[in-house]
Design a protein around this ligand. Structure first.
Ligand code: AMP
Ligand code: MG
Length: 401
């Protein structure tokens, strides 16, 4: 049996090396970028008019001119016009190129337009040179790094990639994942369980979680039959990069999973962690290119192990930079008598000082997965303490967004 910190280290040292794939821009949301994205031109690419109004030469205004003859209209998307004759102006639209020779734009709100006489009178006492003109290259220069590799792609990244003309992006290739439940007592959700049976649920929770990471998975179920399990898991191992199992790793007479995985050449990295729930967790690697997470079947155990261990591992495997461990403040005193890391189910809220508080949500142990409905995280209470006081800060493992 090992401690939580060792287990975390072993898992995070066992990341898979996934390839990169080119994916069309409309399919990259939520994927991990594996290339740098550079500016192809200056941002903005020309002196851009920022407000609808008139463009003038500031020297005319300083010389006392307030009323200007309108010499034309510079629309967005048209070639740059030239403001030539002193004492004239050009009407300009947002997004247009600032006319050559103009050095300030006065917005329509500050101008009186006489449409009949084609005159524009500025209503301001003072104008500032350069106002309402977004100068070429002031945001970014051509060749500047805009988005760096290992970024999680959201809609701002998609907008920036589109603006530099990228129709595809290089992202991490999604791994192929098999989710497996084991146990004779488990029936399909469409079936009505006999009095000695229950419907299997863990696999659907994991499938849904993976979907949120943009990863598709295949679900399988096998009964506690050692030779059948060996044959089935062998096929799955051949066809998938990652296998997530639930059940069959404890001390029971029918807990065949560790023995079967061993027989199939999956190297055990550890079995059992000094924690609750999820103590019987088994973790192994095959030939450095397949990883097996075999979680205990109790729904809360599977759920905790998935969030505590699998999520940081898959993020690292996908190429994301590790984010800082989140913390929260315990909202009530609590005592945990056993000397192990205890993952306390909590409901979090933000207090008036803007701090994240974690209030215990007491359930009936790791089989009580309905209790997950009223919580949103686990608080990681270390094993070297028995009394935990209100106000103390601990690691927070959130499972809702
Ligand atoms: P095991 O880890 O196989 O000893 O299972 C521990 C407990 O979790 C048993 O009560 C199982 O019935 C239950 N269990 C195992 N797998 C699942 C599953 N996929 N969905 C719901 N409950 C499960
Ligand atoms: Mg079982």
């Amino acid at each position: 049996m090992i401690e939580v910190s060792e287990a975390t280290k072993i898992i995070n040292d066992s990341v898979l090396n996934l390839n990169k794939v080119k994916v069309p821009l409309d399919k990259v949301l939520g994927r991990v970028l594996r290339q740098d994205v550079f500016a192809d031109v200056d941002f903005p690419p020309f002196d851009r008019v920022m407000m609808d109004g008139i463009a003038i030469k500031i020297e005319d205004f300083i010389a006392g001119t307030k009323t200007f003859a309108i010499a034309g209209v510079q629309a967005a998307g048209s070639l740059q016009m030239i403001l030539e004759t002193p004492g004239t102006c050009l009407e300009v639209m947002t997004g247009a190129v600032a006319p050559k020779g103009a050095d300030v734009v006065i917005r329509y709100e500050d101008v009186l337009i006489d449409a009949k006489k084609q005159l524009a009178t500025i209503q301001l006492e003072e104008v500032i040179k350069g106002k309402n003109i977004h100068k070429k290259g002031t945001d970014k220069k051509a060749g500047d790094l805009l988005i760096s590799t290992s970024t999680l792609i959201g809609s701002p990244e998609i907008a920036v990639a589109a603006s530099v003309g990228l129709t595809t992006l290089l992202v991490t290739k999604n791994p192929s994942v098999a989710i497996v439940s084991t146990g004779n007592e488990l029936v399909d959700i469409r079936e009505t369980p006999e009095p000695h049976q229950i419907r299997r649920s863990n696999v659907y929770a994991i499938e849904a979680e993976l979907k949120q990471l943009g990863i598709k998975s295949d679900i399988y179920h096998f009964n506690d039959d050692e030779s059948k399990l060996t044959a089935e898991l062998e096929t799955l191992l051949n066809n998938h990069d990652i296998m997530i199992l639930s059940g069959g790793v404890s001390m029971g007479k029918f807990d065949f999973v560790p023995g079967v995985l061993d027989k199939l050449g999956v190297k055990k990295m550890f079995h059992r962690i000094n924690q609750k729930p999820g103590k019987p967790f088994w973790f192994g690697v095959k030939d450095g290119e397949k990883v097996v997470f075999a979680f205990p079947g109790n729904p809360v155990s599977t759920f905790l192990c998935y969030h505590k261990y699998f999520v940081p591992w898959i993020k690292k495997t996908l190429g994301l930079q590790q984010s800082d461990q989140r913390k929260a403040i315990l909202a009530e005193d609590i005592s945990i008598k056993t000397r192990l890391t205890y993952f306390l189910q909590v409901s979090t809220y933000v207090n008036e000082e803007g701090q994240i508080m974690a209030a215990p949500v007491v359930g009936r142990g790791s089989g009580d997965h309905a209790n997950l409905l009223s919580s949103d995280a686990f608080l990681e209470l270390p094993g070297d303490q028995i009394e935990f006081k209100k106000g103390e800060v601990f690691n927070l493992i959130s499972f809702r967004r």
